[in-house]
Design a protein around this ligand. Structure first.
Ligand code: PEP
Length: 246
């Protein structure tokens, strides 16, 4: 089933979250026909989890730490997220990599921890503009995936991957669906190579300036098995239009 995920980033207080969810749920029908996922900031997860209970809309976090507990000031563990109803975590988002300096090794440890905890990670990968201009898109994406999945290849079926070109995130300039499809095909081949049994189980999502006006252009390609939406997910009606764009 295709997955449409909202990444709210650092937006919305608890009261704004309550208001959003009560509006958004009015648009939700046939939640069994597609997987719908909301990823609010940490402070809103608990209340969002309560409001989404029994609706079929899933809850995810935007980040996690890989240790279960301990002296890690400011971090949030996977058991904490699981207890409040998170079934997904976004791992290695480009803002984590490029603003907060998250390394491929850290991302790998977070994926290992997600698998141990039984939370499904969405691993984000994608090239910067200079990589694309240097013809390095496939190489960069391949390196990020190989390092992130190092040692956990046999569990790739329990991970989804979001291809998010860095130059398309939050810029209003999406990749063309054709360029996205080419990278998605490449990722599919790569993960088949890493683990033939994962075929058909790891979804490849596209992310980067998806809007209600362009979502169906992406979703008409079978290689695009879902979307990760930032800015356009902040308005419940706009996100619902994307969810029902196919
Ligand atoms: C994102 O944050 O993952 C993202 C794709 O952002 P936007 O949709 O705003 O480009």
């Amino acid at each position: 089933m295709r997955l449409i995920a909202a990444n709210w980033k650092m937006h919305k207080t608890v009261s704004e979250t309550q208001e959003y969810i009560s509006k958004f749920l009015k648009f939700v029908e046939h939640p069994e026909s597609r997987e719908i996922l909301l990823c609010p900031p940490f402070t809103s997860l608990y209340v969002a989890g309560k409001l989404l209970e029994g609706t079929g809309v899933k809850l995810g976090a935007q980040n996690c730490f890989y240790e279960k507990e301990g002296a890690f000031t400011g971090e949030i563990s996977l058991p904490m997220l699981k207890e409040i109803g998170c079934s997904y975590v976004i791992v290695g988002h480009s803002e984590r990599r490029h603003i907060f300096g998250e390394s491929d090794e850290t991302i790998n440890r977070k994926l290992v921890a997600c698998l141990e905890e039984g939370i499904r990670p969405i691993l984000c990968v994608g090239e910067k503009l200079e990589d694309r201009e240097a013809g390095m898109t496939f190489k960069v994406v391949e390196t990020q995936i190989r390092l992130a999945l190092s040692g956990i290849e046999e569990h790739i079926d329990r991970i989804d991957i979001a291809y998010e070109p860095v130059w398309a995130i939050g810029t209003g300039v999406p990749a063309t669906p054709e360029d996205a499809v080419a990278v998605h095909r490449f990722i599919k081949e790569l993960i088949k190579d890493l683990n033939p049994k994962s075929e058909g189980k790891t979804r490849i999502l596209y992310g980067g300036s998806v809007k209600p006006g362009n979502a169906s252009e992406f979703m008409k390609h079978s290689e695009i098995e879902g979307l990760l939406v930032g800015g356009a997910s902040l308005d419940p009606e706009s996100f619902a239009k994307i969810v029902y764009s196919f």
